[in-house]
Design a protein around this ligand. Structure first.
Ligand SMILES: [Zn+2]
Length: 246
């Protein structure tokens, strides 16, 4: 994408027509002719049922995706992430919702896999959160940014399959929990349970969470998120991504 276009998309989305990520035609970020690339798996049955040996990393209950990470889908995800074309979150999130509506079991809140806060500051947005927000809207489920990255991790694509789980293990935590960042209003003079405000409600306790990410490969990032959510009291966690890279 040309620098001028990139600049335009960062600040003036509405003033410039989008260019289709699939065919480069001007008009929509992903035109009607190219959108079916997102639905190539729509008619397939969902991932392996619970209880059977599967490629689903523990503790995820389901792991699904809309399309392989190739061609138009790959370009669209790339343009959303690196070219500032935030409008792509709409067709991508809608595809996630269509797939989940077809094969999803359970799940009553939608939570995005977070990028590291430093990266979000540099980019100005979190692409998985944008996708998840659209998906939640279409699925009529609450959208909750419940997770944060507690430490920076190496980009998963830079690692071999065997190193990926270790890279993200323990990297996520549920917001507002823990001792270092409880979002209080000021320094507390000490423990005084009777005066402390009641703890902020834990948005994941007792909930079946649908985790949303842009791309899934081994699923180890989703599994690390799921572990943090379950430790925080989530009932169950399923995962879906726009694309799967094999
Ligand atoms: Zn197109």
């Amino acid at each position: 994408m040309a620098p001028l276009r990139r600049l335009a998309n960062l600040g003036l989305d509405l003033a410039f027509p989008a260019t289709c990520a699939g065919c480069q035609r001007e008009g929509e970020p992903l035109c009607a002719a190219c959108r079916p690339a997102l639905d190539v798996r729509l008619g397939l049955p969902g991932g392996s049922p619970i209880g059977l040996p599967a490629e689903i990393p523990i503790p995820l209950l389901q792991l699904d995706w809309c399309a392989p990470f190739t061609g138009t889908v790959r370009t669209a995800l790339h343009d959303l992430k690196y070219a500032g074309e935030r409008r792509l979150a709409n067709p991508l999130g809608a595809a996630v919702a269509r797939r989940w509506a077809r094969i999803g079991v359970g799940a009553d809140i939608v939570v995005p896999v977070p990028i590291h806060a430093d990266r979000e500051r540099r980019r100005g947005y979190d692409q998985a959160a944008l996708i998840a927000e659209v998906a939640a809207r279409d699925l009529r489920l609450p959208f909750v940014c419940a997770l944060e990255r507690g430490r920076a991790t190496v980009a998963q694509f830079e690692l071999g399959r065997d190193d990926r789980a270790a890279n993200v293990e323990g990297a996520f935590r549920v917001r507002g929990r823990g001792t270092d960042n409880t979002g209080g209003t000021g320094p507390s003079p000490g423990p005084s349970p009777s005066l402390n405000p009641s703890p902020s409600p834990n948005p994941v306790r007792g909930r079946w969470v649908l985790l949303v990410d842009d791309v899934v490969t081994t699923g180890s990032t989703l599994a690390a998120c799921a572990t943090a959510l379950i430790q925080a009291g989530a009932l169950a966690v399923s995962g879906i991504a726009v694309a799967r890279e094999r």
